[in-house]
Design a protein around this ligand. Structure first.
Ligand SMILES: *Cc1c(COP(=O)(O)O)cnc(C)c1O
Length: 361
């Protein structure tokens, strides 16, 4: 076996112990003569997996009792519709911070449901900066206030969140979920596609405050209605059993590593190494992102020319590091260093960056 350091933005690298444990029990789960994915989702074996996955989210974040945890299909993208459909309703209004490519998609879908007040627009600055959390105006009549905690493509990350008072704060946390401490009680709803920090593609995690469930209209079709999923602990229909199982394995690994304390430490170490290599070779590597909002998860950088960027990505691959090409919409290079990327991977990349700059600078 020859596992390489995979810097892909998502789906992305997962913890080896989680993969090994899943492989070991894949053909026969807990002596039942079948794999977990062949088993009824109503079985007591699957039920234990499902409940443990939810409980791990609750334990890692210290989610208060008045919040429900849901596992849904449709990726984070479905949440771009479910959030406005459930919390705002047709003809309502919400606030949104336009901070990059993902916020833009959340905006486009919310606009089809109601009026969206864009309270911050980073497009003039090519989405390379974020506002001061304290300087944002919250509209009294807004059904909620939407932020994207980490822009996976642009590489900007909120370091602290706005205080939105009585207006529920809603956050797309897809690409920095369970990577740092947050006070869940400051949020009305958090959602995240699993495939960037919490597991494989195929499920998204929603944490929603109980009182917001009352906003879901009976006119919504069943799958699109949060309150229906919440009432059945995400077992209203067949849940995505295998992704949820892998989320359970991945989060269990994180808990065993030391939970969010360990996640924060690893994120600081990894990003310190890579931003450090950029600073050391600062004429060669450039970050387009404003220093005060650089992401610890998706590190975006440019080289002196597109040709050098191509060579960099190709030679990194020859040296056992993949997925370093920037998103096609912005170009350049990007190292995605989520929870499961070993610090040794960031060290290998930092060393390679030094060598490459020395040779080509
Ligand atoms: C990847 C991503 C999404 C979209 O997730 P899907 O699961 O592909 O629908 C949304 N928001 C952010 C911040 C992301 O990184």
């Amino acid at each position: 076996m020859n596992r390489i350091f995979n810097f892909s933005a998502g789906p992305c690298t997962l913890p080896v112990p989680a993969l090994e444990s899943a492989a070991a029990e894949f053909l026969e789960f807990q002596g039942k003569g079948m794999s977990l994915i062949e088993m009824s989702h109503r079985s007591k074996e699957y039920d234990a997996v499902h409940m443990e996955a939810m409980d791990l989210v609750r334990r890692l974040y210290g989610v208060p009792d008045n919040y429900k945890i849901l596992f849904l299909g449709g990726g984070a993208t479905l949440q771009f519709s479910m959030v406005p459909m459930n919390l705002m309703g047709a003809g309502g209004q919400c606030d949104l911070t336009l901070t990059g490519a993902w916020a833009k998609k959340a905006l486009a879908d919310a606009k089809k449901i109601g009026t969206v007040n864009v309270v911050f627009d980073g497009s003039d600055d090519n989405f390379m900066s974020l506002p001061e959390a304290g300087n944002l105006k919250v509209n009294e009549g807004a059904a909620y206030f939407h932020v994207t905690s980490n822009e996976t493509i642009g590489g900007v990350q909120w370091k602290s969140f706005p205080d939105t008072g009585d207006v529920p704060l809603v956050c797309d946390m897809s690409s920095d979920f369970v990577s740092r401490h947050i006070d869940v009680s400051k949020f009305g709803l958090i959602y995240a596609g699993a495939q960037k920090n919490a597991g494989p593609a195929g499920t998204s995690i929603v944490i929603i405050r109980d009182d917001l469930l009352e906003r879901s209209s009976d006119n919504l079709t069943a799958y699109l209605n949060y309150s229906i999923h919440a009432a059945k602990d995400s077992m209203y229909n067949t849940p995505p059993v295998f992704p949820i199982y892998m989320v359970m394995k991945t989060l269990k690994w994180l808990e065993d590593e030391g939970g969010l304390v360990a996640a924060e430490k690893m994120a600081a170490d990894r990003s310190g190494l890579i931003y450090g290599a950029m600073a050391k070779n600062s004429g060669f590597y450039n970050s387009p992102v404003n220093e005060n909002c650089r992401s610890l998860m998706n590190i975006v950088f440019r080289l002196p020319s597109e040709d050098l960027e191509k060579t960099f990505v190709a030679q990194a691959l020859e040296n056992g590091m993949s997925g370093l090409k920037g998103h096609r919409s912005v170009g350049g290079c990007r190292a995605s260093v989520y929870n499961s990327m070993p610090v040794a991977g960031a060290q290998a990349l930092a060393d390679f960056m030094d060598e490459f700059a020395a040779k080509n600078g």
